[in-house]
Design a protein around this ligand. Structure first.
Ligand SMILES: O=C(O)[C@H]1O[C@H](OP(=O)(O)OP(=O)(O)OC[C@H]2O[C@@H](n3ccc(=O)[nH]c3=O)[C@H](O)[C@@H]2O)[C@H](O)[C@@H](O)[C@H]1O
Length: 443
């Protein structure tokens, strides 16, 4: 302000009458300067605010991203885990060859866990992917993941609909095989949540096949179809040559669509494809939504069970197949798959396309299943028998396994009686029923 005053002295007018006007002019100029400097300060302040905001939002972005990646996938540490898990560990010169490197989808699921363990135990490399959805108790899926981790199998938490994740996995590891078991399972739940079947069994499948077709080398794909594709077929036992164009549920329809979709990728891109029609798979670490599992839970808790019955009071029957038999069928399918022929998303020649029934060839009625459980659990079930509602169920299933026997050497060896014994033993131990009691110890 002092400088301004001196400047004013220099500019004093020669005529007194003008003083007032000149003073007023000087004040205006002073105000202008003052405002000008306030404006500059305001701009600086604005600039600082903008810088601070940018800094803060950048930090929050980095923070959010790192939390996102920490919770899901990405980063050098993650890639190292994937590579280690995917590396086959067969001894050099082993009779079975170099070993496979398998991406197992749905690895924290029932069949996925058993197959991943079996592959790991014989020295193959395995990486799992699972979205850990809440269709049934995710704590069981997490327990399965912990079991896999204890055997050196890493399971990525992610969805097969995430194309970026799949591409990344194939960038990190040249998988020789994909065992695709991720799916929305359950026949009756399709009436409650149809969209989830389209999401996993159609969109998810296409997303996975896209990644497989682009991968170099292309993996051979073995995947889980279902006995339910036979739908209204009543020629028994069900053979791969029978009609499968009359599904009785949306679940079955999506599995049938999967067979057609995989055929397209085989035809256009040269992907080696094997579809396995599983027949009501059961066993330890099983699915809580399935009858044998939920019946066991209810019987032990003294709650009633609902037993469906077919038309004319005919009991429903299933070709219940024990998990170890299914695992052997899956591994034999991987071993005999034959190569995919495409590279860079282009077919270079014909590749195998196969479909097999994996059943037990010995259907058992649902009331018989209940009786076996009652015997092992030493509790009588409170049966509530009702007519089968029109919910997608079929009255019976029965597999013809000649093709699988011939081409895969598949030979189921476990009766329902034997298999349920192993399941009940696992159930009681997992849920802590036989702690401190002798009641079930001789099972
Ligand atoms: O082979 C398959 O492709 C399918 O197998 C399995 O389906 P399902 O054969 O229907 O098995 P599951 O639910 O155990 O019912 C068994 C029996 O118990 C009857 N059932 C069922 C429930 C109940 O409360 N009461 C009852 O009587 C019921 O009516 C049925 O008769 C898989 O879940 C499915 O994902 C798919 O893989």
């Amino acid at each position: 302000m002092r400088v301004v005053a001196e400047e004013e002295e220099d500019m004093l007018p020669s005529t007194p009458g003008k003083v007032k006007i000149e003073r007023a002019g000087a004040m205006t100029r002073q105000l202008h300067r003052c405002f000008a400097s306030t404006g500059t300060m305001f701009l600086w302040a604005l600039f600082l605010v903008a810088m601070t905001a940018t800094y803060l939002s950048f930090h929050s972005f980095v923070d959010t991203s790192s939390r996102y990646f920490a919770a899901s996938w990405g980063g050098l540490h993650w890639e190292r885990q994937i590579r280690a898990s995917a590396s086959p560990r067969r001894p050099p010169g082993s009779a079975e060859g170099a070993g496979l490197s398998v991406l197992v989808t749905g690895a924290a699921g029932f069949v996925g866990t058993h197959c991943s363990l079996a592959l790991r135990k014989r020295g193959d490399g395995v990486v799992g992917i699972d979205n850990f959805n809440k269709y049934y108790d995710p704590s069981l899926k997490k327990a399965r993941r912990a079991l896999l981790a204890s055997h050196g199998v890493f399971v990525v938490e992610g969805d097969i609909n995430d194309g970026r994740l799949l591409t990344k996995l194939f960038d990190v590891v040249p998988f020789t095989h994909v065992l695709h078991l991720a799916a929305q399972a359950g026949v009756r739940y399709a009436m409650e949540n149809p969209a989830s079947y389209v999401h996993s069994n159609i969109a998810g499948l296409v997303s996975l096949l896209e990644a497989c077709k682009e991968a170099d080398p292309q993996p051979a794909v073995v995947w889980a179809s279902s006995s339910s594709v036979y739908g209204l077929n009543n020629a028994v036992p069900f053979s791969e040559a029978h009609r499968t164009d009359r599904p009785a549920s949306l679940y079955a329809a999506t599995k049938k669509a999967g067979e057609e979709i995989t055929h397209t990728y085989n035809h256009i891109y040269g992907l080696s494809v094997t579809g396995l029609r599983f027949f009501t798979v059961y066993g330890p670490w099983g699915r809580p939504d399935m009858a044998y599992f939920s019946f066991t839970r209810n019987i032990l808790q003294g709650k009633p069970i609902t037993v469906y019955r077919g038309r004319d009071h005919v009991d429903l029957a299933r070709d219940f197949t024990y998990i170890d038999d299914i695992v052997r069928g899956c591994l034999a399918s991987l071993d005999t798959a034959g190569r995919s022929t495409g590279t860079g998303g282009r077919k270079r020649g014909p590749a195998p396309y196969r479909i097999f029934n994996l059943g037990n060839t010995a259907p058992v009625t649902v009331p018989t299943l209940v009786s076996i459980l009652e015997r092992y659990l030493r509790v009588n079930a409170k049966r509530n028998v009702v007519e089968m509602p029109g919910n997608g169920d079929v009255p019976f299933t029965h597999a013809n396994i000649s093709l699988a026997r011939e081409q895969l050497g598949y030979k189921p060896t476990t009766s329902l009686e034997m298999g349920l014994k192993k399941f009940v033993r696992w159930y009681l131990s997992y849920y802590g029923y036989n702690r401190g009691t002798q009641a079930f110890n001789n099972l």
